[in-house]
Design a protein around this ligand. Structure first.
Ligand SMILES: [Ca+2]
Ligand SMILES: [Ca+2]
Ligand SMILES: [Ca+2]
Length: 793
């Protein structure tokens, strides 16, 4: 029955046999019914679509024949049919392909089209109510000549509930035809309770009514069951089933750009099609979100709690199909982009972890980033007018899944396998003793994808095998100086069961501004405690990491808050459960003195706060935390805290990375491990001179020498320091970190560069395409955290 939905190629050529006396609409619902039938491709109109003119026209016999063939899924076959045998008057039909249809009907008399006598069909002749109801009754499974006679058609049809056009005399109009088709689709088939629409794969002939912007009565987007033939940026007929939803919320700026999005779903995925009308398309900016792009947000379980959970995602795809995300697993996205006249099209597929069903509601949002040159001039959303859905799932709206019929099935597709192959190709297989197995499976998968005869079962089998092989890669003993940056495993990203899940607690503390005012402050921080942490078990001690956020972020950025379950927490819980990382306490303080989103915060001197945060960290935060939890420090006296240096690490992202370097400079006696992510050392050359250091060279040379000298003056050797750096090639910090780290690499008595920790104490991840966001930070930490505290006795 798929042909039914798929076929659109037929343009019904209708000679205007102007029987203008027929009423335009036999029923008040003809318009709505016509739209529905157009959506399911039973009618197409006559070149200008299904409009009032079309509906007012008289219906011909050939039109009815085509629609009946469509209902039986035979239209494609019939259109291509070729035979010398045909009705005598076939050539009276101007539509040449239509003559194939006539030949097909002639060759298949069991379909009931025996003609009008004299070997003729009279294709342009008028269709009547009696004729249409006869065919409708046959579509429902009743047999003409057995269950009813032609003469008795109208009466028999009425007994079965088909009455709406029974009083129309002579030629019916297309509006009458629509009415009869619709009432037939809503009627049970012979001997059953399912309607014809259900039998043909439509749950209901009723569409969910939506307003002009595409929302239902509850303000939701409606997704019908269906899947595009191919994720390629071409808009196939399957998309006709979907309602276009407009981006009506201008969340920033102003623009003439307009856009719509359509959604569909099947058993494995949600699909979206965004059509953007944008006269000025640009990807000149260095920031992914400032290029012309579409963002698609999904919260599968519709909890919309704020923090992005494992089932939540935000994917950004620009007009060149460059993909990025602030939250979510890009391997769940398959997308295509196409530039078209006056704009661009994005077609995408998001693989589901939740099981979809009719009636299920998911959280959804869409955003258009409209660029001109290297600037984003406006953003447009479906639901959110604040433009902050990228960090807050509460801003999403909702999407109703519907339209799955009794016979509906997902089309076979290879997209999950294709995505997995793409991520498998990024693995440096030479590092693993069993890497060749993955390599073989990649090749097998590519062959299967290219083979038109491959079945869904084959794709699924390869997917399972390839994933299992990747999960079980075993490092060989070869030494690698460059650190690999593996993606967080899908299972880690998505799942964090209670029996491995840690907890987040909030800890209050007192501090002060550590400036001339020395103003007293009450602040709080979050503390991640690994699964199984038992406050009463003083014999089990934990290493501890202080993790510092970036600009405009907060103590909640990394873990989301008490009771929440961020991607980083899922990765850490899974790493610890798998024995790949030591169980550790992770503290996320804030270097801001005021709450997020207050005007006061905007006035804070970030540079000063970053440079001086070591005072608060060492004098207030560390004593509070390490006097409270089961750590290696015997007490929170300065002496005992210093003695536990080997069990303490400091990490930070962006401004937090600058802060991490300052903690190296000013608190090296407190920390053995440093994880600066996406920012270089900000210490200025004047300060270095004022501190009594007289190095020469470029700023980077001076900083590198200074960092080495800081360690030496404190009495530390290369064995007492570990520095694990990271950024991405698309990160604003990439250039600045490169030049500083290149100079540090030269100072080999302090900084020994190697990711093989048997050889070195210092490495630098540079993730290809990695940008300045927490998706990348989470991935760096997934790779770096297993290297913390492993060399401690
Ligand atoms: Ca397509
Ligand atoms: Ca969710
Ligand atoms: Ca633009």
């Amino acid at each position: 029955m798929r042909n039914l939905k798929k076929l659109i190629a037929i343009v019904l050529v209708i000679s205007v046999l102007a029987t203008l006396s027929v009423p335009a609409f036999a029923s008040g619902n003809a318009n709505a019914d016509a739209q529905y039938l157009e959506k399911i491709n039973l009618i197409k109109g006559d070149g200008n679509g299904v409009n009032a003119d079309y509906l007012a026209k008289g219906t011909t016999r050939i039109q009815v024949a085509v629609i009946i063939l469509k209902m039986h899924g035979l239209d494609a076959e019939a259109l291509k049919f070729s035979s010398k045998e045909n009705f005598a008057d076939a050539n009276s039909l101007a539509w040449k392909d239509g003559r194939n249809i006539l030949a097909y009907l002639k060759a298949n008399p069991q379909l009931g089209w025996t003609g009008v006598g004299g070997g003729k069909f009279d294709p342009n002749g008028p269709a009547t109510a009696q004729m249409v109801y006869k065919l409708m009754l046959e579509a429902l499974g009743y047999k003409s000549g057995k269950d009813f006679t032609y003469a008795n058609t109208i009466k028999f049809a009425a007994e079965k509930g088909l009455t709406k056009i029974s009083t129309v005399k002579g030629q019916i109009s297309n509006a009458n035809l629509v009415t009869a088709l619709k009432e037939t689709l809503d009627t049970p088939v012979v001997g059953g309770t399912n309607t014809l629409a259900q039998t043909l794969g439509y749950e209901k002939a009723q569409r969910v009514t939506v307003d002009a912007n595409g929302f239902d009565a509850n303000g939701r987007v409606v997704a019908y069951y269906g899947s595009p033939d191919s994720i390629d940026g071409d808009i196939e007929d399957a998309w006709k089933l979907a309602e276009p939803v407009k981006f009506t919320k201008i969340s920033s700026g102003s623009t003439d750009t307009t856009a719509t999005i359509k959604v569909m779903w099947d058993d494995k995925a949600v699909y979206f099609l965004a059509e953007v009308k944008d006269a000025n398309v640009s990807d000149a900016s260095g920031n992914v979100y400032e290029k012309d792009s579409v963002e698609f947000f999904l919260d599968q379980d519709n909890k919309r709690i704020g923090t992005y959970e494992g089932d939540d995602s935000q994917f950004r795809i620009n007009f060149k199909n460059e993909r990025s995300t602030d939250h979510g697993d890009l391997t769940n996205l398959y997308s295509a982009a196409k530039k078209v006249a006056g704009g661009y099209v994005i077609e995408g597929r998001v693989a589901l972890s939740e099981i979809p069903a009719n009636g299920k509601v998911m959280g959804i949002e869409g955003q258009i980033n409209d660029a001109t040159g290297n600037k984003r001039i406006a953003t447009m959303n479906i639901f959110d007018s604040t433009g902050t859905a990228y960090q807050d799932t509460k801003k999403f709206g909702q999407m109703l899944l519907t339209g799955k019929g009794l016979n509906s099935v997902s089309k076979p597709n290879f997209y999950d396998l294709k995505s997995l192959v793409m991520s498998a190709k990024d693995i440096e297989l030479q590092r693993y003793s069993n890497g060749n197995v993955v390599d073989k499976l990649i090749k097998d998968s590519e062959l299967a994808i290219a083979d038109k005869a491959s079945t869904q079962a084959k794709f699924d089998e390869l997917c399972v095998k390839l994933q299992a092989t990747i999960d079980n890669l075993v490092h060989n003993d070869l030494s690698f100086d460059e650190k690999e940056c593996r993606d967080i495993p899908k299972a880690y990203k998505m799942s964090d069961p209670e029996n491995i899940r840690g907890s987040i607690v909030k800890v209050d503390y007192k501090t002060n501004t550590y400036d001339q005012e020395a103003k007293a402050l009450d602040k709080n921080m979050l503390v991640y405690l690994p699964h199984g942490y038992d406050a009463n078990d003083k014999t089990k001690k934990y290493d501890i990491l202080y993790l510092i956020h970036g600009n405009a972020e907060s103590q909640n950025t990394a873990f989301g808050g008490v009771g929440q379950n961020s991607e980083l927490m899922r990765a850490v819980d899974n790493l610890i459960a798998a024995g790949k990382m030591k169980p550790m306490i992770i503290v996320t303080p804030t270097w801001y003195n005021t709450a997020p989103y207050t005007p006061e915060r905007q006035k804070e001197d970030g540079m000063f706060r970053i440079k001086n945060f070591h005072n608060e960290l060492v004098k207030d935060i560390i004593p509070t935390i390490e006097g409270k939890f089961n750590v290696y420090a015997k007490s929170n006296s300065e002496k005992d805290l210093l003695a536990a240096r080997n069990h303490r690490a400091v990490a930070g992202f962006s401004m937090g990375s600058a802060c991490t370097w300052y903690n190296y400079i000013y608190s090296i006696n407190y920390f053995k491990y440093y994880v600066p992510i996406s920012l270089w050392c900000w210490q200025d050359i004047d300060s270095i001179k004022k501190e009594g250091y007289n190095f020469t060279g470029t700023d980077d040379e001076i900083k590198a020498k200074y960092l080495a000298e800081v360690a030496k003056r404190a009495g530390y050797t290369k064995d007492d320091i570990r520095i694990f750096c990271a950024t991405g090639t698309a990160d604003l910090a990439y250039g600045g970190m490169n030049t500083q780290i290149a100079e540090m690499k030269k100072l080999t008595d302090t900084f020994v560069y190697s990711a093989d920790l048997r050889k070195g104490n210092f490495y630098y991840i540079t993730l290809k395409g990695g940008a300045h966001n927490w998706t990348c930070v989470d991935r760096y930490l997934y790779n770096i955290l297993p290297d913390l505290f492993v060399d401690n006795k």
